[in-house]
Design a protein around this ligand. Sequence first.
Ligand code: AMP
Ligand code: MG
Length: 410
Amino acid sequence: MLSVEEALEAILSRIAPLGTELVELAATLGRVLAEPVVSRRELPPWPNSSMDGYAIRAADTRAGSAELAVVGRIIAGSLPARPLQAGEAMRIFTGAPLPDGADAVVPQEDVTGDGERVTVGKRVEPGAFVRPAGEDIRAGDVVIGAGQTISPAEIGVLAALGYARVRVHRRPRVAVLSTGNELADLGTEPGPGQIPNTNTYSLMAQVVEAGAEPVSLGVVPDRLEAIVERIRWAASADVLVSSAGVSVGELDLVREALVQCGAELHLWKVSMRPGKPITFGSLEDRPVFGLPGNPVSAMVTFELFVRPALRKMAGCLAVDRPRVWARVLEPVRNPGGRRGYLRVTLARDGREYGARLTGDQGSGILSSMVRADGLAVVAPDTIVPVGERVEVILLRAPVPGAPVPRAPRN
Ligand code: AMP
Ligand code: MG
């Protein structure tokens, strides 16, 4: 059986970033930059005032004070009428360009005067309250690297640099297929022997959260020809993600169906809990994932394998979720020979995170996924005693200072 790291390596080594497209700046939140952003301009473009006050020549105040003639007024958006001479000051407002000859600004609360003349009562250093040209960004600076996810700050910088449209990677289109005779889809009451289809919805949501676009291929029964036909529907997608039917039972037909469609399968079993049976292959150069059917196994294997693959396809350099260390607040057990990924809530315990299991860790117990801030990574055959630290893969930002809820069961 492969380790999680070996499986992930086998997957990512076969994944390449998708092509690019130009997108309106306001629609680029969460997209990934396809090329570095190199500044074409200097920001700010000219020295300007950071206060409402008076532009002066610092040298005029060398004696410890100065009385200056007010010879002009510069508001933001206008230009000084002429350079500033010795013995002069100009009224200036925040963001307005400094006149030539001026090298400092005195805030209005630090002067006295009648409007024609002002008195500065102290020595002023050159550069005081002046934002120099290029203080923020210099022409030629690489301001944002390729492969960076665009957040509000990146959007602000791109606007400052005049990018109305931005070249980003295409978002992967992901076909999501659920297989199983027992599945009743949303909108139909489960009949005798049926259970509600969960995975289509949790997996599509995980696809969105990973920055990709889901397309549902619905539910298909455990019949080889039916699965083969439905897999062909995925032809226009960049990735196929199916769930269930990848184990060793006689109705586990997804692998065979993928092969019949022409897929080459690269791996099958991974040493982890929940999870284990997971298929990854290539179908006409497109990645295909056969995830296990149990709702938690499907979500956790998506997290560990599909999400990084989608992030890489989306052009992202950082494909991993963040990890933190946390002290366990109750004993955490991982019996058996596979590495555990256990659902935990996190809370700040003084200056550290404390982790508590969210409940029963069975691979069908979806309710214990609900309050999980992360997955604690626990070695095989291990009991982590209270107070020891575990590494936790963060699935979301824990609520700061929230009380650690008691595990309902366990
Ligand atoms: P399988 O991998 O087909 O043996 O499925 C494992 C378990 O997951 C079974 O109990 C299935 O009923 C359940 N299961 C499979 N697919 C889904 C789904 N889409 N929604 C909820 N449960 C599922
Ligand atoms: Mg099944």
